[in-house]
Structures are given as C-alpha cells and as structure tokens.
Design a protein around this ligand. Structure first.
Ligand SMILES: Nc1ncnc2c1ncn2[C@@H]1O[C@H](COP(=O)(O)OP(=O)(O)OP(=O)(O)O)[C@@H](O)[C@H]1O
Ligand SMILES: [Mg+2]
Length: 321
C-alpha cells in the first residue's frame, strides 16, 4: 500500500528539505528585522514626538510558519498622531518620509511606498522589509487599524495577540501545528500556480487548522492531518462560521452576511475572509475535494511510482522522495 511507499516520516523529511524556510535563514531574516526595530526605537528615544511608535515583525516569519519561498520580511508599524493622514496613498508617503528620518543614509529609492505598504530595500544583503502601517490610538494591548494588504481598507486588529494566538497552538502541538500549516500553504501555492483564480489566504488556513487543533484533531501524522483539513473544507464547503474564544466570548459575535466567515480571533467584528465570494469559496472547495481524493489514492496506491504520482497532485511536480 501507498503508506508503505511514502510514510509520514517521508513527508516530514521532504517538508524539512523543500517546504520549510531553513532555520538559519529564518534567524538571519529575524536579525534583519531586529535591526530595523532597533533603528526606529533609537530614533524614537531621541525624538519623543516621533509618530512611529512601534515596529514589529508580523506575518509568517514572526509566527514561524514561513515557507522556503518567502520573498519579503513583513513588519507592522504603529503610527499615532492627530495629523496622520487617513488617505492610504498619503499615509504611505507619510510613513516613507518618517522611515527615511530613521535611515538618513538610505537613498530615497531604498524606502518606497508600494500599493498598501512601504518597502525598505537593503542593498546587497537579505530580503526587502515590507512595512505595513497601523493607525494607533495608544491602546495598551496594541490594537490598531491595520491597512489590509488585500484591499487597502482599515482593519481593527491586534498583531501581538495574533502572534500569541498562533504561539499557543504551536505550544499545544509542538512541531506539528507549524508543519501542517506549512504543508497546506505549500499545497495552496501549488494550486495557485495551476489556477490563477485560486486564492486562499494563509491567515485563513492557519485559523482553520487552529480550529481543528482546538477540536482535538491529532496533527502528528501528516498525511492524516492533511486529510482532516481537506475533509473539513470539503464537508463544510468552507461555509461554516469559525470563531475562537481566546479574546472574546461567543455571545459577543454578531451575525455576518458574507459566504465565508472565519472570524479574526482578536476582534469579533472582523471577518478575516470577508472578501471571498461564493465562486472563490467553491474553487477552494473543489481543490480540497481533489486533494483529499489524491491523498486517499496515494495511501492506497500499489507502487511507489503511483504513490508519488498522487502526492504530486497535491504538492506539484517538485514533490519527490
Ligand atoms: N483580514 C485580516 N484581519 C486581521 N488581520 C489580518 C488579516 N489578514 C492578515 N492579517 C494579519 O496579517 C498577518 C499575515 O497574514 P497573511 O495571510 O498575509 O500571511 P502570512 O502568515 O505572512 O503568510 P505568507 O506570507 O507566508 O503567505 C496575519 O498573521 C495577521 O496578523
Ligand atoms: Mg507574509
């Protein structure tokens, strides 16, 4: 049977070699982010009126769920002050100007506004740092209005609590939670390559997996954990509301009208999947059905070649054992 040809530990080894961002690379990038943070902190300590109040690593590098294919370092920057522009383009220009103050030796083309963020390019070394603004009003828990990287709207949320939320799931399921997240993200990227209409936000994948982990699904066998994920999406058509009670109670959650309802674990009013249409949700559902069938076939396949053939339907041609 296919499980004898490709086992859980084969998937784990392949993931370590091909899917995960290597530990040393991650450390190097985190070091680079620390450099940026220290620069801003130093400038702020010398200029109390400076409106960039805090900058921190966010996104997959902060959560320990980054893939090898990571192509920038996400940081979130808290900006406060009465004269901070609300218009997105003006806000990005404002942020770029302030970052340039902290980096007086950088040329202006090294600190540039993009569509919904500002990039800092470090010549020669490392990756670009992508700085996402958060409008901040002094909340002690660091809630603020994050500029959505999907459509530039403001989302009330809390990055430190997102990190804490994921950290908790990782602690409850050491190694395996983060690994399964990375495998599902790898599948997602493969689907995206095959179909340009396919989209499935990494944050949504993490939240679905967090729900399954909280419900007691065992993540320690990767083929099975993947199968749980795909079965969940297939059975619910990704139309079941997902909520968490780490930071609010169920009774606080109102009603939503969007087809996909995966609610931000730190703000009960923010649907993290609000931009997904019925048609996009159906595309995810179909892809999950296909992946589930392929894994079933892989686990039952009579030869190693056949087993690889089916796993490649999930992970693409780069899957090799
Ligand atoms: N709709 C949202 N509401 C609230 N916060 C969000 C939302 N979308 C993203 N975030 C925040 O941005 C972070 C980054 O999420 P995102 O889905 O862009 O990818 P990622 O975890 O960096 O993965 P990768 O870049 O590897 O695909 C999340 O961890 C979360 O803190
Ligand atoms: Mg990211």
């Amino acid at each position: 049977m296919g499980r004898n040809h490709i086992s859980h530990s084969d998937i784990a080894t392949w993931a370590a070699d091909r899917v995960n961002l290597p530990q040393e690379t991650a450390s190097k990038f985190r070091e680079q982010a620390r450099g940026v943070r220290e620069k801003i902190e130093k400038y702020l300590s010398e200029h109390k009126e400076f409106t960039l109040k805090k900058i921190l690593l966010s996104g997959s590098l902060a959560k320990g769920t980054a893939l090898r294919s990571l192509n920038d370092i996400d940081m979130a920057c808290y900006i406060s002050g009465a004269d901070v522009p609300r218009d997105i383009q003006t806000l990005l220009k404002y942020l770029a100007e302030r970052l340039r103050k902290a980096y007086p030796n950088f040329s202006s083309d090294q600190i540039k506004p993009q569509t919904y963020s500002v990039t800092i390019s470090f010549r020669g070394s490392g990756l670009d740092v992508d700085v996402v603004p958060i409008l901040y009003n002094g909340d002690p828990d660091w809630y603020g209005n994050l500029v959505s990287q999907d459509d530039g709207s403001f989302l009330k949320t809390c990055i430190p609590r997102h990190l804490e939320f994921i950290r908790k799931r990782k602690a409850d399921n050491q190694t395996h939670f983060a690994q399964v997240v990375r495998l599902v993200k790898y599948w997602k990227n493969n689907m995206k390559q095959e179909n340009e209409d396919f989209k499935f936000k990494s944050f949504m994948i993490e939240l679905i997996l967090a729900k399954l982990a909280d419900d007691g699904v065992d993540f320690s066998d990767y083929p099975e954990a993947l199968q749980h994920f795909f079965t969940y999406v297939a059975e619910t058509h990704i139309r079941e509301r997902i909520v968490f009670t780490d930071y609010y109670s169920l009774s606080d959650v109102g009603t939503f009208t969007e087809p996909v309802q995966i609610i931000d674990p730190v703000n009960e009013e923010n649907n993290a999947s609000k931009l997904y249409t019925n048609s996009q949700a159906d595309t995810i559902w179909e892809a999950a059905l296909g992946a589930g069938d392929a894994i079933d076939s892989a686990l039952a396949a009579p030869t190693k070649d056949k087993t690889i053939y089916y796993w490649q339907k999930v992970f693409g041609p780069s899957f090799q054992i």
